[in-house]
Design a binder for this molecule. Structure first.
Ligand SMILES: [Zn+2]
Ligand SMILES: [Zn+2]
Length: 101
């Protein structure tokens, strides 16, 4: 799946673990905001689509803070892989996109 797309896939796979409670989410875009952090680096803004919360809309797109934790050591990277789910997500930390590819 290409990263940084502006289009919401026609079929979105939830990125949380199967059987979780609450709203389903799918990370749709990461972009750089105009603001910087304390170290002068541009702050990334993460957009997620959420659905299944019982509302009438198919899904809502919103900005959520990313989870700051790692999901474990990744031999291919030689370092810890950062969790790609929203802050306070249910289930274990994950690189995200588990339901797709
Ligand atoms: Zn889900
Ligand atoms: Zn996490």
């Amino acid at each position: 799946m290409p990263m940084g797309t502006n289009e919401v896939p026609a079929v979105m796979g939830c990125e949380y673990e199967p059987g979780h409670s609450g709203t389903h989410i799918y990370g749709v875009q990461e972009e750089m905001s105009a603001s910087t952090d304390q170290e002068g680096e541009l702050v990334a803004v993460y957009w997620w689509a959420g659905w299944g919360d019982g509302s009438a809309t198919p899904y809502t797109i919103s900005v959520m803070d990313p989870c700051p934790e790692s999901y474990g050591y990744v031999p291919a990277l030689g370092e810890e892989g950062m969790c790609c789910l929203p802050l306070d997500h249910p289930g274990p930390h994950s690189p995200g996109g588990a339901a797709s590819e």
